[in-house]
Design a binder for this molecule. Structure first.
Ligand code: GUN
Length: 300
């Protein structure tokens, strides 16, 4: 039986009116337009495209957004700390996003921790991580896992007690996704895999929910092939990489895996649009927190 296709573009479009209503409430009720500032280091085409997508959706919601660009040659930890401190102090900026990846020469954790916690919509600073580490919502759930949770909830995938396998250890995708699914927010039983994992295929075959978040060349055309998927499993493809001009692929061999899985995300068009939607939800929440309100509620 062919899988249910999890369509992130359609789900995002379905939820946009709810986000718009929250933005309108902030504008009309509080005279406050949610405002996002992205910091973009260097000239990576994929990062530029991500930031452009985020700004387009912010515009569609009637939010303000701008980008601070810094050429790689000027990007020292000190220079970026100065930018972050200025944005922290600027009351017109509700949320700050340091677009990743950043060059390895930078002290990433010092930069993450410098972002004011109430503006840290990626939840990458040490004090933001504490919330979901403890199995609570905290201030923010990072954007990729928040989008994954919305997909799982909307498509009614059973998560509690299920065996989930998450592949990847990035600070914004694999690591928080593994912690959040396995914690008290969702109660799955998580196996967390990475490049040193032995016999990945056998572990994947045990997964009720399989979430590869790699997005890098692993020497195979696709990291996840149909023989690695348990029949009926839910496969959420977070990986995304450029393999040629304008050509992007995920970690999963979609055409073959959709014949085995119970659910599968499109990619492109699955977790990408949901990550952007989650970013906007976090921007709305950041603005609400700064006004002394609770986080916004949604139907999913
Ligand atoms: N690069 C790709 N996705 C993201 C994201 O959600 N947040 C940040 N900061 N960088 C990214």
């Amino acid at each position: 039986m062919a899988a249910i296709i999890m369509d992130g573009r359609a789900l995002s479009a379905h939820l946009m009116p709810e986000l718009r209503a929250h933005v309108d409430e902030l504008k009309r009720g509080f005279g406050c337009t949610p405002s996002l500032t992205a910091i973009l280091v260097g000239d990576d085409p994929a990062s530029r495209q991500y930031v452009k997508n985020k700004q387009r959706v912010a515009g569609e919601l009637g939010c303000d957004s701008r980008t601070v660009r810094m050429p790689s040659a000027d990007a020292t930890t000190g220079a970026l700390l100065k930018v972050i401190e200025e944005l922290n102090a600027d009351a017109r900026v509700n949320a700050i996003l340091l677009q990743l990846p950043i060059p390895d020469s930078l002290d990433r954790f010092r930069l993450f921790d410098a972002i004011a916690p109430e503006k840290d919509l990626d939840a990458i600073g040490a004090s933001s991580v504490g919330g979901f580490y403890r199995g609570q919502w905290g201030r923010f759930i990072p954007c990729t896992p928040r989008g994954v949770l919305t997909l799982l909830d909307y498509y009614r995938v059973p998560v509690e007690g299920a065996r989930a396998v998450v592949i990847g250890r990035s600070d914004i995708a694999g690591k928080p996704t593994a912690l959040i699914l396995g914690g008290r927010l969702r109660n799955a039983t998580v196996t967390w895999c990475h490049r040193h994992t032995r016999d990945l295929a056998a572990i994947c075959r045990e997964a009720d929910i399989l979430i590869p978040c790699v997005g890098a060349d692993t020497g195979r055309p696709y990291l996840i092939t149909a023989d690695m998927v348990k029949p009926g499993a839910c496969v959420i493809d977070v990986g995304f990489r450029r393999v040629g001009p304008g050509i992007f692929i995920g970690d999963v061999d979609f055409e073959a895996v959709k014949e085995v899985a119970g659910w599968i995300t499109l990619n492109p068009g699955g977790t990408g649009p949901m990550t952007v939607l989650a970013l906007m939800q976090n921007l709305i929440d950041a603005t609400r927190y700064q006004l002394g309100l609770d986080r916004a509620a949604y139907s999913v």
